[in-house]
Ligand binder design. Structure first.
Ligand code: TTP
Length: 410
């Protein structure tokens, strides 16, 4: 069986982290999001087909032409947007067999796929989808069921409870006939949920499998922090491949990659993951749920907690980084501080595609893009974004978002 993984989206809600790359290559716990998807599909398939478009070269470079020894074929999405359009794009290379489809930007585990495959076969269905029960489906597609069969899928039904569509499916090749009949939706996309409703109207049998494991739809910046925390809490194994100097403290579980040096006076409380060839300390404090990538520098008198620091980035002197995401190749000047808590203790709101959205988190720091230079003594308000390739001069108070590529000085 082949797996079709959808990775052509622009990831606008994850700006500025997606300014120059597809969201599926963003690393969480030092691994690209799409690698978790491929890993969990791997036992069930013999080939991966990735539907790509936005900044596709970055994805092809990151993954190459195979995963766990199985070939990856990249297919450019046909003109038009949406999940149905993305799936239509592989019509030419799917032969006469069923295939799995998964969004490339979600996290799920192997048990879900196992259950989906088994339900599809047991029910002799024409299609099957993975669902999970939630109390509030306002951000989801609601899957309505009767007995073992799906009866309808309704997008964004409001604050009701029920089964959410998780973005993992099995189809037979006749899905392409229905995709070609799928009209464009209100938001201007060809959506696979509309295709499923057309299949149901035509009397096709759509089964569902209920998943009870962890799932995350990595659409907004704080979802990266949630997933990072889950992976470090549940999937991290203590392993020290680098050098830990005498006088440094490492409280397990901590993963330290080859070539990384942890200098004396560093105090690391796991779960923490540090990549390869990074320099940590002397005299820094790294607290739980922190991922630091390859070739990073975390220097003297720096405290980091619950954060993601991507490859080639530095917090080198006197920094506090809390509940924050720092993109690749970004440098914080000495004394730069992220605030991660509002004085009124309210939840932190973040501008997403021009509208303020409530993250639901009391603690949320900065979201900083790639190739950013932040000067000395910069103070960053909770939930503020600094765009990729921006330069923030010394002493600036970042109380509003900084656009990508801009220069901000006092
Ligand atoms: P979305 O998260 O709905 O869209 P997106 O990835 O473009 O993100 P944003 O809304 O923030 O801009 O996409 C769901 C999945 O479908 C995801 O894995 C990307 C994929 N997709 C495509 O492959 N092609 C498309 O045209 C769209 C819209 C999504």
């Amino acid at each position: 069986m082949k797996a079709v993984v959808l990775a052509a989206g622009k990831g606008e809600r994850l700006r500025p982290l997606t300014d120059d790359r597809p969201k599926v290559v963003l690393k969480v716990a030092n691994r690209a999001i799409i690698e978790y998807v491929l890993e969990n599909l791997d036992p069930f398939v013999d080939e991966f087909i990735l539907v790509v478009r936005y900044e596709k070269e970055k994805l092809i470079k990151a993954l190459g032409d195979e995963f766990n020894g199985k070939p990856i074929t990249y297919i450019e999405q046909l003109p038009g947007d949406g999940t149905a359009k993305a799936i239509e794009s592989v019509g030419e290379i799917i032969e006469n067999e069923e295939f799995i489809v998964a969004n490339g930007d979600i996290y799920f585990e192997i048990d879900g796929v196992k259950e989906l495959v088994s339900v599809f076969r047991r029910e002799k269905a024409d299609a099957a989808l993975l669902v999970k029960e939630f109390d509030d489906l306002s951000h989801f597609g609601k899957v309505e069921v009767d007995g073992n069969a799906v009866t309808a899928v309704r997008e964004k039904p409001g604050k009701v409870s029920g089964y959410a569509n998780l973005g993992v499916y099995i189809f037979k090749p006749d899905v392409f006939d229905f995709i070609r009949k799928t009209p464009v939706s209100e938001r201007g996309e060809y959506e696979i949920t509309d295709t499923l409703n057309l299949m149901l109207e035509a009397g096709r049998k759509v089964a569902y499998a209920v998943y009870s494991g962890y799932w995350n739809d990595v659409g907004r910046p704080w979802n990266l922090l949630e997933l990072n925390e889950y992976l470090l809490k549940n999937r991290l194994k203590h392993s020290i491949k680098g050098i830990v100097e005498e006088g440094a403290t490492v409280v397990p579980p901590v993963e330290i990659g080859e070539g990384t040096v942890v200098r004396s006076g560093a105090y690391i409380i796991g779960p923490v993951k540090i990549g390869r060839n990074s320099r940590i300390g002397p005299n820094c404090f790294i607290r739980p749920y922190t991922s630091i990538g390859d070739n990073c520098h975390i220097g003297n008198a720096v405290e980091i907690k619950n954060s993601i620091i991507m490859d080639h980035s530095n917090a080198p002197h006197l920094n506090y980084v809390g509940d924050s995401i720092i993109g690749e190749n970004t440098n914080l000047g000495a004394g730069t501080i992220t605030a991660n808590l509002r004085h009124d203790k309210g939840t932190v709101k973040v501008e997403i595609k021009g509208k303020l959205e409530d993250s639901g988190r009391k603690k949320l720091g900065a979201i900083i893009g790639h190739n950013v230079k932040v000067g000395i003594n910069v103070s960053i308000y909770p939930g503020r974004k600094i765009g990729s390739n921006a330069f923030v001069g010394p002493g600036v108070i970042v109380d509003r978002n900084v656009p990508s590529g801009s220069l901000v000085v006092v």
